[in-house]
Design a protein around this ligand. Structure first.
Ligand SMILES: [Fe+2]
Ligand SMILES: [Fe+2]
Length: 223
């Protein structure tokens, strides 16, 4: 069975533990999140899980189309491996924090794999222009989430000291998002240094894929 197909039918992470903040032995260390904070965090997990599932399958599609090329095989595989890790992390966080997953998961799977495959069939330059557009949107999206988590989640009471801070659970999510944001930045750099701008017509491909990605993010946050 091909690796890409295995990713297509795989269902989530087996163990949530390794991606979660460790559970304190003597009960909770921080007060509960407010309903608004809990709702925002659920939305973060839902959209990021759907987004990383999409990214995993986009690179699976690209690898299917371009993995035979010696100049691209390692490069696409490197980005794909990082997306597999991002995807597994948000699968685990979604399970561990009992957030509701996106109801449109089958659509994200088919759409993402199709986009990666189609871009790859159109050639290296188109594929890289798609990556450039997607990673630009996702980098900004993660930066927005980091800003909100930093500003709106610093008032959770530490039950041991009475101080208001970020809880371990929130810090753990912030750390994952920071790492992934940096890796998406690396993918963007790879795309722009591997001829994304040589795709024709670059402006049309870039802006269309950007619009599709933004619409998918907007929808996955809500549905
Ligand atoms: Fe990612
Ligand atoms: Fe990425």
């Amino acid at each position: 069975m091909s690796l890409a197909f295995k990713r297509f039918i795989s269902t989530g992470a087996k163990s949530a533990k390794k991606y979660m903040a460790p559970k304190p032995a003597n009960g909770p260390t921080h007060a509960k999140l407010s309903p608004a904070q809990k709702a925002y965090l659920d939305r973060v997990i839902r959209v990021d899980q759907a987004g990383e599932l999409g990214a995993d399958l986009i690179y699976a599609g690209q690898y299917t189309a371009l993995g035979h090329r010696q100049d691209l095989k390692k490069l696409i595989r490197h980005m794909w491996d990082q997306e597999i890790h991002h995807h597994a992390t948000f699968d685990a966080l979604q399970t561990g924090l009992r957030a509701r997953p996106s109801l449109l998961t089958p659509l994200w799977k088919v759409g993402a794999f199709g986009m990666g495959l189609f871009g790859g069939i159109m050639g290296k330059e188109v594929s890289m222009a798609c990556t450039e557009a997607i990673e630009t949107v996702i980098g900004n999206h993660y930066n927005t989430q980091l800003r909100v988590l930093s500003n709106n989640f610093s008032d959770i009471k530490d039950l041991r000291t009475g101080e208001c801070t970020h809880s371990e659970e929130v810090k753990n999510i912030q750390n994952h998002i920071k790492t992934f944001r940096d890796q998406e930045g690396e993918h963007l750099h790879i795309a722009v240094t591997h001829d994304a701008d040589k795709a024709r017509p670059h402006w049309l491909i870039y802006n269309t894929v950007k619009l599709i990605t933004k619409s998918a993010v907007y929808t996955a946050e809500r549905v």
